[in-house]
Design a protein around this ligand. Structure first.
Ligand code: NAD
Length: 454
């Protein structure tokens, strides 16, 4: 490995990756990979996660295709930097912020969106002119193998290496010096990454998770009600079966609406997934996560709160979309990120209490809220903190390249997507040019009180 990394460093030092044309060629290579290997990508996602091809297209192929186009369309503009305005006192000065690549970067990805979460940061790393090592997750083996086997035919192998392997491989990669580490995963491993980065003062981005609440302030009239239900149910059960960092983790609603809401949620689940949920809902990634989710449901204090679903097929690693009402707040299901198809509905006396509720917990990657009340919108915006705050929809913030994607507090730090990915893998260097004239004598020693009087 050490020899490989030295080669990647030498290639970076050669300056080749700084050429705009090289960057463009690599981005086009990624684009070609997505187009030519689309069927293989959809097949790998079916094997690893049982995802329906339409879901896979929406969440990975489609999003990546768009993001590569955005990078290609904007590359010249991103690379050109920007003029800095200076105060009159600094006149005459020419100053510009010039983005420069960081060097050799490490991208550690995870398994729930194994193509998107690997290639989306790679787009940024390449566009910014870096060399890169990418470690896809070994927990999605078909996707990881496809990336490792196919990508070398599409990219410059002197600049990009895909390394397959498990925790031991991550741990050995972390021993080396990198110019940036970009990590997607849970906060437990995030802490390990951060500790390793300290050794070499390596800058890091941590894309972590957490519990994203959906606050519902009332039940709107019928059209909005239908849209709200579809957006919540789809964000929970129709997006990798809730195994998504921005999935709705739980719902907060006033007691008086709870019974009706639960009936509506049940109806929407039936409409969306029909009698044959196994064909339409992704499966749980592996036995470990299946048992973890089963454990959350089987906690004695939680069992009585299951009011819909709850059935499981261990052979197929399938868990039926499940709704719970008011599981105890000190149960694991309300303390840990669920990351699966279990949806607790927590009832409150007054929806205004949702602000204190979310503020008493670690900061979420996204807070969702369904409301038409502008005052409540204002209060949530000013009184809560989260990676993003979204009203009346779910998930779509991930696909919008003009919206920075990232967490705050326990949900991580740093941001990417679109130009933000380019910035994440660049150093914005101020380049300042001054003339020799005019030159003011009073700025230099020797000091005298006379200079103070000026
Ligand atoms: P994880 O943190 O357990 O593992 C991620 C990767 O870290 C693994 O593939 C492995 O290579 C490495 N790793 C695991 N244990 C390690 C160790 N002891 N030492 C060194 N490296 C180690 O994450 P996961 O459980 O596979 O993924 C789920 C988590 O990822 C959830 O918390 C989810 O919210 C988060 N996530 C975040 C985003 C985002 O964009 N913010 C996206 C997807 C998932």
């Amino acid at each position: 490995m050490e020899g490989d990394l030295e080669q990647l460093r030498d290639y970076f030092r050669s300056g080749k990756t700084k050429d705009a044309s090289w960057r463009r060629t690599q981005l086009k290579g990624l684009q070609k990979f997505i187009v030519e290997r689309e069927d293989d990508i959809l097949h790998a996602l079916k094997l690893d996660l049982g995802k329906h091809p339409v879901e896979s297209y929406r969440d990975e192929v489609g999003t990546l295709t768009k993001d590569i186009s955005v990078a290609l369309d904007n590359l010249s503009n991103w690379m050109s930097g920007k003029k800095i305005k200076l105060p009159l006192g600094a006149f005459p000065t020419d100053a510009k912020l010039v983005p420069e690549p960081l060097g050799l970067v490490l991208i550690i990805s995870t398994w729930n969106f194994p193509f998107g979460l690997s290639l989306e940061p790679l787009i940024g790393a390449i566009a910014a002119g870096n060399t890169a090592v990418l470690q896809p997750s070994q927990l999605a083996p078909a996707s990881s193998a496809l990336l490792a086997d196919a990508i070398p035919a599409y990219l410059d192998n002197r600049a990009v290496k895909i390394v397959q392997g498990g925790v031991d491989v991550t741990q050995s990669l972390l021993q080396f010096k990198w110019d940036k580490i970009f990590f997607t995963g849970g906060s437990r491993v995030g802490r390990i990454i951060m500790a390793a980065a300290v050794e070499h003062l390596t800058p890091i981005t941590l894309e972590l998770g957490g519990k994203c609440p959906a606050i519902i302030d009332s039940l709107p009239e019928s059209f909005r009600r239908q849209v709200m239900l579809k957006r919540i149910i789809s964000a929970k059960f129709g997006t990798c079966s809730g195994q998504a960092c921005i999935a709705v983790d739980y719902i907060l609603v006033e007691k008086r609406y709870a019974t009706t809401l639960v009936e509506l949620l049940k109806g929407t689940i039936k409409e969306m997934f029909g009698e044959n949920a196994k064909e339409n809902v992704a499966r749980i990634i592996n036995k470990h996560h299946f048992d973890r989710l089963k454990g959350l449901l089987n906690e004695p204090c939680v069992k009585d709160s299951i009011i819909y679903g709850g059935s499981m097929d261990e052979d197929k690693l399938f868990i039926e979309p499940t709704i719970l009402v008011d599981p105890p707040l000190d149960a694991s299901i309300m303390k840990e990120e669920i990351f699966g198809p279990l949806l607790p509905v927590i009832t409150l006396d007054n929806i205004a209490d949702s602000i204190a509720f979310v503020n008493s917990r670690p900061k979420a990657l996204t807070i969702y809220c369904f409301t038409m009340n502008d005052k409540f919108v204002q209060r949530l915006a000013s009184e809560t903190s989260s990676g993003a705050l979204m009203f009346n929809d779910t998930i779509v913030q991930y696909a919008a390249d003009t919206i920075p994607f990232g967490g705050v507090g326990e949900s991580g730090f740093g941001r990417y997507h679109g130009k933000f990915s380019f910035d994440t893998f660049s150093h914005e260097k101020p380049v300042i040019k001054r003339p020799y004239f005019p030159d003011f004598w009073f700025r230099y020693p020797p000091w005298s009180n006379k200079k103070l009087e000026l």
